[in-house]
Design a protein around this ligand. Structure first.
Ligand code: ADP
Ligand code: MG
Length: 174
């Protein structure tokens, strides 16, 4: 796998096309456990929702994966997990997080995947894993950071993923 960080707490990958972003999402499926929190950072169009789509497909979800931009949260019960997919893009101020009663969602056993976490300010509990996506050539760069022991375990599992190794062994996009 082509990881260009030398840090156990971080993993950086080149995702040459949309399919590669889906593969990264799918590679996250086996590392999920109840209560895991993953932040998805990066500009509009960076591929955050695509990654969640890849993850949900790998868990066996066959229906549409809607962007929660307008609904704030989409709920999935799949593979024995409750999974919440949030998108705070439309927040004008972090207090909207509290007004919408979203803190309750983070207190249970659900897996939480959050797009635009910074827009909820300090109200959001801390993540186990943060994934930043950015444009790189025609593709994307993914920078994953473990923010605690659970995130570190996720990264260790991803490093052993053969599907991820297969897509990340190619050269960076031109
Ligand atoms: P976000 O949720 O970050 O706003 P989306 O997941 O909606 O972004 O993706 C925006 C676009 O980026 C989609 O058209 C998707 O096909 C494309 N895309 C995703 N990953 C890649 C990639 N690795 N290379 C090129 N295009 C990608
Ligand atoms: Mg999105």
């Amino acid at each position: 796998m082509q990881d260009d960080t030398a840090d156990d707490n971080a993993l950086a990958l080149t995702l040459t096309d949309e399919a590669a972003t889906m593969v990264l999402g799918a590679a996250l499926a086996p590392v999920l456990s109840p209560g895991l929190k993953i932040f998805l950072e990066g500009d509009l169009g960076a591929g955050k929702t695509t990654l969640v789509r890849g993850l949900l497909r790998a868990l066996g979800h066959v229906g549409k994966v809607k962007s929660p931009t307008y609904t704030l949260v989409e709920l999935y019960a799949i593979s024995g997990l409750n999974l919440y997919h949030f998108d705070f893009y439309r927040f004008k101020q972090p207090e909207e997080y509290l007004d919408a009663g979203l803190d309750e969602y983070f207190q249970g056993d659900a897996v939480c995947l959050v797009e635009w976490p910074a827009l909820a300010g300090n109200y959001l509990p801390s993540a186990d894993l943060a994934i930043r996506l950015s444009l790189s050539g025609g593709g994307r760069r993914a920078e994953l950071r473990a923010l605690g022991p659970r995130g570190l375990a996720c990264l260790q599992c991803l490093r052993r993923s053969s599907s991820l190794a297969a897509i990340c062994s190619s050269s960076p996009p031109q």
